[in-house]
Write a new protein. Structure first.
Length: 127
């Protein structure tokens, strides 16, 4: 290991050992977070399935006629598909799919992000 020359101080960032320890720690934290998220996937999928089932049960009671009932059933089908996706894919595969979608449809992604941001801002401003 080289000793610092005048004006230089050794720090964990400059030290190969410190940098490798930091990288290792960040990797470990990332793996733990991904594992925790993956552990919750089944519960999330069950929740989506439950919401889809509730929507399907209530579809006939919704005001708006046949078009609304059909839209509710189509939405419930999409929710069940989403639940299956969440159940079958791990976090890494989901992130990869999101990256591909963003690259293919950047404009739609920006609009969706703006809409989500707007809805979040409204929900927080009401509290």
């Amino acid at each position: 290991m080289q000793t610092p020359t005048s004006g230089e101080t050794e720090s964990p960032v400059n030290s190969g050992d410190g940098a490798s320890q930091a990288t290792s720690r960040v990797t470990e934290i990332g793996q733990k977070a991904a594992g925790a998220i993956d552990d919750k996937r089944e519960a999330l999928a069950r929740g989506i399935d439950s919401a889809a089932s509730s929507l399907r049960e209530q579809a006939e009671n919704l005001p708006g006629g046949e078009k609304v009932v059909k839209a509710a059933h189509t939405t419930a089908d999409a929710m069940e598909t989403a639940a299956g996706y969440v159940r079958d894919q791990d976090l890494k595969a989901m992130l990869s799919d999101i990256q591909q979608a963003v690259k293919r449809h950047p404009g739609a992604t920006l609009l969706a992000a703006a809409a989500v941001g707007f809805l979040l801002a409204r929900s927080f401003s009401r509290n």
